[in-house]
Design a protein around this ligand. Structure first.
Ligand code: HEC
Length: 285
């Protein structure tokens, strides 16, 4: 009898807890305390896992999206034009790509600053003169530099995913986040949620209910010449992959080295074992 009573009490407690949790969830919808409200979607990139490699055609498309859309607001200070040969471009193509930019240089012999066409050794020029100007032009929030953005914005994956990630070597949290953010506009906020004036609701944003960036992409905004779909989803995938490359251009070499090292250790371990057998052969146990 006592046992039954305890079980009943336990069930009651669990039910009450569940109801309280549900109530909290309902409350959270209007005033959430945990961001992002929606976890990023896993996109199955070509570059995840120990054998991952970049898809060069995708990187080229991503560069186009960056150049034609994102670079109006976001700088990419740490990326030099010369590194674009990684994307499969020839030196001549990189040269003419660099020359399509105007670089503010100087001072010259007369002590004056001047403009000149870009060279492969130049870095992507920033759209604003300084952070203050960037913030002033964007409602008070400066668009972050994109050089390392794909590595700087990984949403915590939580249990149990992060345990599996150790084994599958999942390392695309940043690109997943950027893709989800770019495709996460156009949603109606839950009833009762207050969206501050001048900001844009996005349930994938990791620092609040809304951000100062308006939806930057729209279907057909960038023309692809390789026949890939000209949709927001495709643009978002391509630019996210490109930003991953920008943040980690030597990822392929790093992964290859890792696999080679493991392979070497395996063979070396086997040899050490055989040598041990040989050396101790004559010793009676
Ligand atoms: C009109 C200007 C503008 C354009 C164009 C633009 N952005 Fe932004 N972006 C911003 C601003 C402003 C912020 C800072 C928002 C904030 O913190 O409230 C931002 C922030 C971001 C963030 C960071 C979000 C975070 O978690 O902090 C990402 C990622 C991003 N932009 C990606 C892109 C990509 C990719 C493109 C091109 C497809 C792009 N943006 C085009 C203005 C722009």
């Amino acid at each position: 009898m006592k046992k039954i009573l305890t079980s009943l009490a336990l069930i009651g407690l669990v039910a009450a807890g569940g109801a309280a949790f549900a109530a909290e969830e309902a409350h959270n919808a209007a005033a959430p305390t945990h961001f992002p409200m929606e976890e990023p979607k896993e996109m199955g990139w070509s570059f995840t896992g120990p054998f991952g490699t970049y898809d060069k055609a995708q990187l080229q498309r991503g560069l186009k999206v960056y150049k034609e859309v994102c670079s109006a607001c976001h700088s990419m200070n740490l990326v030099a034009f010369r590194t674009l040969t990684d994307l499969g471009y020839s030196e001549a193509q990189v040269k003419s790509f660099a020359a399509s930019y105007t670089i503010h240089d100087g001072p010259n012999d007369a002590g004056e600053m001047f403009d000149r066409p870009g060279k492969p050794s130049d870095y992507f020029p920033a759209p604003f003169a300084n952070v203050e100007a960037a913030a002033a032009a964007n409602g008070g929030a400066a668009p972050p530099d994109m050089s390392l953005l794909a590595k700087a914005r990984g949403v915590e994956r939580g249990f149990p995913q992060f345990v599996f990630d150790i084994f599958t070597q999942y390392d695309a949290g940043g690109p997943d986040y950027i893709h989800s953010l770019l495709t996460g506009f156009d949603q109606t906020p839950p009833t009762g949620m207050v969206i501050p004036e001048g900001t844009h609701y996005n349930p994938h944003f990791m620092s609040g209910v809304s951000l100062k960036m308006a939806k930057p992409l729209s279907d057909g905004a960038v023309t692809y010449d390789d026949g890939s779909p000209q949709t927001v989803d495709q643009y978002a995938r391509d630019v996210s992959a490109f930003l991953m490359w920008a943040a980690e251009p030597h990822m392929e070499a790093r992964k290859k080295t890792g696999v080679n090292v493991l392979f070497f250790l395996l063979i070396f371990g086997g040899l050490v074992y055989l040598v041990k057998r040989k050396v101790w052969e004559g010793v009676a146990h």
